[in-house]
Design a protein around this ligand. Structure first.
Ligand code: ATP
Ligand code: MG
Length: 582
């Protein structure tokens, strides 16, 4: 039964957090809505996300995940998770597990529809025999180089293989013996018999099966022939009853082959392949082939290094699934390749964190402050607001005492005119605490470096306001020295220094653009004590500094490590204005 599109468009909860397929209309929605109107697939919407388990998922995959799962949810359909695991040389169960974790973390559920192309190997094999019997496939015994040479070019037709007209019985016999393991790798391939003069090179008798004596992570040694992508993908879609098979633009040329295979075999379902532009993001690379080089070359600590554009890296960095889903909705879906500015991703992240992240105080580069008129052993608890954006998040109590730390760059001994923070003789506010005035500076005799500030406080300003109405020009964050927690904090910048890594180097050498300053480790930071109970991965805003989260890998009991998720300064509005003007 056909459901009308608008019935299912906005499910409860999807609008608020940008979940599901988002709210932006685009050409794929139009195709689906038209199909629902015309009853093309009996009103069904079935999509799939088909990763190859040869690496971890990146933010580009998130676009495809949000699109496939989101559209299914929005139109009352289903979305399968299918591993496209036909190349045992590059695949690994570690990737299979990581991919499932990432899709689930992004907020999507494939129910009981976890599939593997390798589960279809037997069916695919029978389809291949069927093509042979119909005279539409043949065993070719040319080497792969010969096949390549004889394929022709865009301007010249290819040359037919001398094996093209092998009788059906001989083809069947050879193909069965290929399966039985009688031949070495490369001795034969199975090719579709289409047209060596086709303008589309992919239609010039493409290879469907090749011999690979390799152990597969799921089928073990059962197979030594493996089907090619173009044969596997369309048939897997058809077997699963997929209606809309969404893929990226580079597969546009494969569409005639996708359709040819399905048109020439007795399948019940002929899904429609629809291409959309892949996500490219500035200052990073989105390709597993390149990301694996970063991992294997030791340029990052692993697939989940917080600088990586992988879902696992972004999770470790403190990104939220909501922010990523909102981003995927905002970038939209089009048929033209473009590069999205990293600043938009960070903008979506800040928007989400600003609403939800609790505020805490931390000092990254500590400078000691002694409040001379505060009792030696005194201490008190002061009330601090957890999130000014959300009163429901309440307040907490922060310890204050005679010795504090403030940020080193919040003080200047000889300040220029526009510096309004602490300086000798000047009064500032300590957030949620008191007004303090700097009365002296203590320096290291040898180096001349400032080691301590001497200050006085005004007890009448408790909570941060002066009863006599006097104003100060700055409010600083701080922590109590003796109550604070020592911590390591890692500051991250773009992994690449160039907007399009490799663009200005010979052979597009993207490694040449690695940003040598993408990681700064601060080992002497001081946190307000409450941060000690933060669970791995839990995040907050360090007031005035940015959003941070407890590193789930390297944090130890009593020795927290925090990652900077993103700074507070949003550059997106400025970039958008500049682009608008161009
Ligand atoms: P990579 O180039 O990173 O290896 P891939 O396309 O080989 O990517 P797959 O595992 O085959 O990786 O991808 C699974 C799905 O994700 C495919 O449908 C693919 O089209 C889609 N996808 C991959 N990269 C992007 C991207 N940058 N933007 C949008 N979709 C993508
Ligand atoms: Mg691929």
């Amino acid at each position: 039964m056909a459901r009308s599109a608008s019935d299912n468009r906005r499910q409860p909860g999807t609008e608020k957090d940008g979940a599901a397929g988002g709210t932006t209309s685009h050409f794929i929605r139009q195709i689906i809505e038209e199909d629902l109107r015309s009853g093309k697939h009996e009103g069904r919407v079935v999509t799939r996300f088909p990763p190859e388990p040869n690496g971890y998922l990146h933010i580009g995959h998130a676009k495809s995940i949000c699109l496939n799962f989101g559209l299914a949810a929005d139109y009352g359909g289903i979305c399968n998770l299918r591993f496209d695991d036909t190349n045992p040389a590059k695949e690994d169960p570690e990737y299979v597990a990581a991919i499932q974790e990432d899709v689930r973390w992004l907020g999507y559920d494939w129910g009981d529809r976890l599939f593997f192309a390798s589960d279809y190997f037997e069916k695919l094999y029978h389809y291949a025999e069927e093509l042979i019997r119909a005279g539409k496939a043949y065993v070719c015994s040319l080497s792969s180089e010969q096949i390549r040479e004889m394929r022709g070019t865009l301007t010249e037709p290819g040359v037919e293989s001398p094996y093209r007209n092998r009788p059906v019985a001989e083809n069947l016999d050879l193909f069965r013996r290929m399966r039985a393991g009688e031949f070495e790798d490369g001795a034969h391939v199975l090719r579709a018999k289409i047209d060596m003069a086709a303008p589309n090179l992919l239609m010039r008798d493409p290879t469907l099966y090749r011999i690979r004596h390799l152990r597969h992570h799921r089928t073990g040694d059962r197979w030594c022939i493996y089907p090619m992508y173009d044969f596997t993908h369309c048939l897997s879609d058809a077997i699963e009853g997929v209606t809309h098979s969404l893929c990226t633009l580079e597969f546009e040329n494969n569409r005639p082959l996708y359709d040819w295979v399905l048109d020439n075999l007795p399948v019940d379902c002929h899904p429609q392949q629809i291409e959309f532009a892949r996500l490219n993001l500035s200052y990073t690379v989105l390709s597993k082939r390149r990301l694996i080089q970063l991992v294997e070359g030791g340029h990052v600590s692993g697939w989940d290094d917080p600088r990586m554009p992988t879902i696992s890296g972004m999770r470790r960095r403190g990104y939220t699934p909501e922010a990523i889903r909102t981003f995927c909705d905002r970038i939209g879906v089009a048929r033209r390749d473009s590069t999205v500015d990293f600043a938009l991703l960070e903008h979506c992240l800040r928007e989400d964190l600003n609403r939800r992240a609790p505020r805490r105080m931390a000092v990254l580069r500590p400078l000691k402050v002694v409040i001379e008129n505060y009792p030696e052993d005194g201490a008190e608890m002061l009330e601090a607001i957890n999130n000014p954006e959300d009163p429901a998040m309440g307040t907490r109590r922060v310890p204050f005492s005679r010795e504090l730390y403030i940020e080193r760059d919040d003080f200047m001994e000889d300040p220029p005119r526009k510096f309004f923070r602490l300086a000798p003789g000047r009064e500032v506010r300590l957030r949620y605490a008191y007004f303090i005035t700097c009365t002296g500076v203590v320096k290291d005799e040898n180096s001349g470096e400032i080691t301590e500030l001497r200050c006085t406080y005004d007890p009448a300003t408790r909570g941060g306001d002066a009863p006599d109405g006097r104003k100060v020009k700055a409010t600083l964050h701080w922590v109590s020295a003796r109550h604070s927690l020592a911590a390591e904090v890692r500051l991250y910048d773009h992994l690449f220094a160039a907007e399009t890594p490799g663009a200005d180097h010979p052979q597009g050498d993207f490694m040449a653009d690695l940003n040598p300053r993408s990681l700064e480790v601060l080992t002497d930071c001081r946190l307000e004590p409450d941060l000690g109970r933060f669970a791995p991965g839990e995040g907050c805003q360090f007031e005035r500094l940015g959003y941070f989260c407890a590193d789930p890998v390297d944090s130890r009991e009593g020795q927290p490590v925090f990652n900077r998720t993103v700074t507070l300064r949003d550059t997106w509005a400025r970039i958008r204005r500049q682009k608008g003007r161009k």
